[in-house]
Design a protein around this ligand. Structure first.
Ligand code: B12
Length: 210
């Protein structure tokens, strides 16, 4: 894989990054592969932030470029939508966390597969998630997390869903760069991934027979 696009994000060169995204998509390259390279660039940005080479402004700018790439690629990712929704999904970045790029990719991919997605946004309180699950009665609930400090909020939300008798009605998914199998156990989720495509496959697989 060429690293030109990843490096354009690291260099915060929006024009070059968007030019590469557009030309590669128009040539018929898999949009998921293009997003994967953008994500590699974001990982490098994150590493540089951690070592003090980059500041918050660089995180913000690279995030904006990634957002523009997702928006441009959405029609390429969407393809043909089935006429009827195949299932319902509630998505949220939980309380204390404002990262949403990964969640937004998952949302686009799920919609492309015909799922009705209720995206609650970022920094969402446990009470809001529980209220929405009661109202929407989804098949799946997905929490996205990029910072470790949001782990207790994920667990608390899962416990509140359980206490309200809603957890047995849904499959709870968690995803995002900092999630892991041990976090899945801690939260009491049914599924964990750091790859949105795997999340979509999980939803499709679990809709069978529902
Ligand atoms: C961009 C970015 C930001 C942007 C976010 C913009 C936005 N709109 O999202 C901004 C500037 C706002 C930001 C802020 C902060 N950030 Co930040 N940020 C990043 C960065 C560089 C990239 C994250 C990203 O978008 N990756 C690309 C996406 C596509 O990947 P992803 O989220 O993993 O998603 C994929 C999968 O995981 C999956 N997926 C995601 N969610 C879900 C959910 C489900 C259900 C499923 C099935 C799948 C799924 O789908 C995606 C595609 O496959 C990371 C570095 C890194 N290594 O990740 C740091 C990073 C996450 N940030 C970090 C920090 C510390 C912060 C701040 C606290 C900084 C500060 N001092 O203020 C604040 C947080 C404020 C808060 N309360 O949330 C740390 C977290 C450290 C930790 N372990 O907790 C990181 C790791 C940087 C670092 N190395 O230090 N950040």
């Amino acid at each position: 894989m060429s690293q030109e696009l990843a490096m354009a994000l690291v260099e915060l060169n929006r024009d070059k990054a968007m030019e590469l995204v557009k030309s590669r998509a128009e040539k018929g390259e898999d949009p998921l592969g293009i997003l994967a390279e953008c994500r590699e660039g974001m990982t490098i940005v994150g590493d540089r932030f951690q070592t003090g080479e980059f500041y918050l402004s660089e995180l913000i700018l690279s995030g904006e470029i990634f957002k523009a790439a997702i928006a441009f690629l959405e029609p390429y990712l969407a393809k043909v939508r089935p006429p009827k929704p195949v299932g319902k999904v509630v998505l949220a970045t939980v309380h204390g966390d404002i990262h949403d790029l990964g969640k937004n990719i998952l949302s686009v991919l799920l919609r492309a597969q015909g799922f009705e997605v209720h995206d609650l946004g970022v920094d969402v309180s446990p009470a809001k998630i529980v209220e929405t699950v009661k109202e929407v009665q989804p098949d799946f609930v997905g929490f996205s997390a990029l910072i470790t400090t949001s782990f207790p909020a994920m667990k608390e939300t899962a416990q509140m869903l359980e206490a309200a008798g809603l957890k047995k009605e849904i499959k709870l998914m968690i995803g995002g760069g900092v999630t892991s199998p041990s976090l899945k156990e801690y939260v009491g989720a049914d599924f964990q991934t750091i790859d949105a495509s795997e999340g979509v496959s999980y939803c499709i697989q679990n809709m069978k027979g529902r």
